[in-house]
Design a binder for this molecule. Structure first.
Ligand SMILES: *Cc1c(COP(=O)(O)O)cnc(C)c1O
Length: 384
């Protein structure tokens, strides 16, 4: 018996939606991507949604649209997937990190305030900051934006874990406290399109820049006047872009998955509540959700009170078929980032978190029996 840490849920409706597109005229650049974008804008209450082929691409075009380039600096959280930081390097900018809050595992507003003060004095302020909604639990965006805005810093939310979550009465992705929010539709995330991502924003100029960037810097319908002087074939490339387009096949799956978004998030919260009630609190620190926030529980992360127990517990759970994982190795400890000058000890709260953390199985189709098995095996392993 194997219980994975996460797993997508594909329904017959999802399959039918994809097959319908395969039988249609448009596998890509048809009407389904704009439809998915409209649905995403509605879900997040943002004005614009720009769908692309991954959250990594979305992060790239988001920070590029905000003007990040050589000589600029981007700050993110060290506890994230590497993509949150790599987007800066794609633009020729530098990366630095803001240590996390030990309760939420999100970018700490306190550390942000202190670090900005020092950076301001040194004339090394970031142009963009990328808070990450770790495990689906929104970072403290109101406070972060109050701290960063006076410096003129732009904010991109890496909300890859958090579609369907709420923060202070608004859906995550509404961009109330940010310029752009980014979501991932990789199969382990809340909803999936296979590979896929989206950037949401309320700024029409940013949306336009991102729309151009995802498709070679070309938008045919933006030059209607010139069709007359040239011809119907006419198009202009106005900026250097990429091919980051989402297919209509993927978008059809996304539209269908969105119908079950709240069902997925509700189920994840029910499973999280059961873990909260049942797991050994003597040996474990369980995740905490701040007031005014609804987490999506993309991940359920336990931390060991005694970090010396982590390795052994992890191994014994794996041996028993419990698909545990660790999210994440702090980005600054990756060999590539070490080669850029980061070292162990740079972000002590993140490193301490990492030494204690284990993600345990949680996915919408997890059965009660599966969850009880995880609880029983975990509590037993801790008590011996
Ligand atoms: C998954 C993930 C990404 C990258 O998403 P892709 O769609 O796989 O490119 C970026 N940031 C975080 C926090 C993620 O979890």
């Amino acid at each position: 018996m194997n219980i994975p840490y996460g797993k997508q849920s594909i329904s017959d409706e999802d399959i039918k939606a994809v097959v319908d597109i395969l039988k249609s005229d448009w596998l890509t650049q048809g009407p389904t991507v704009p439809k998915f974008e409209a649905d995403l804008a509605k879900t997040t209450q943002a004005k614009y949604a720009v769908a692309v082929n991954s959250a990594t691409s979305a992060l790239h075009i988001a920070v590029q649209a905000l003007g990040l380039g050589p000589g600029d600096i981007l700050w993110t959280s060290p506890i994230t997937f590497v993509a949150s930081a790599n987007c800066a390097l794609y633009c020729g900018a530098d990366v630095d990190f803001v240590d996390i809050d030990q309760e939420t595992f999100n970018m700490s507003p306190t550390h942000l305030r202190e670090k900005l003060k020092i950076a301001g004095e040194l004339g090394k302020l970031p142009k963009v900051i990328v808070p990450v909604h770790m495990a689906g639990n929104s970072a403290e965006m109101r406070e972060i934006s109050e701290i960063a805005r006076p410096y003129g810093i732009k904010i991109v939310e890496d909300a890859s874990h958090a579609i369907g979550g709420d923060y202070l009465g608004c859906p995550v992705g509404s961009c109330k406290y940010s310029d752009i929010s980014v979501f991932s539709f990789h199969p382990v995330k809340i909803i999936t399109t296979g590979e896929g991502g989206v950037a949401t924003t309320n700024d029409s100029e940013l949306a336009l820049r991102m729309q151009k960037a995802r498709s070679h810097g070309i938008m045919k319908d933006l030059s209607p006047k010139k069709f007359k002087t040239h011809g119907q074939w006419y198009y202009e490339m106005t900026q250097l872009g990429f091919n980051y387009r989402m297919t209509d096949i993927a978008a059809a799956l996304g539209i269908s998955q969105l119908h079950r978004l709240m069902e997925f998030v509700d189920k994840r919260n029910i499973l999280a509540k059961k873990y909260n009630q049942s797991l050994d609190r003597k040996h474990l620190i369980l995740p905490k959700v701040m007031e005014g926030t609804r987490s999506t529980f993309h991940l359920y992360i336990i931390r060991l009170v005694d970090k010396m127990m982590r390795q052994e517990l992890f191994n014994s759970l794996r041996e028993e078929g419990i698909g545990v994982n660790v999210h994440y190795i702090p980005v600054h400890l990756q060999p590539y980032y070490q080669s850029l000058g980061f070292s162990e000890g740079d972000f002590p709260v993140a490193e301490d978190y990492y030494s204690r953390a284990i993600s345990i199985p949680l996915f919408p189709q997890m059965t009660d029996v599966q969850q009880e098995t995880v609880i029983k095996i975990l509590n037993r392993a801790l008590s011996t």
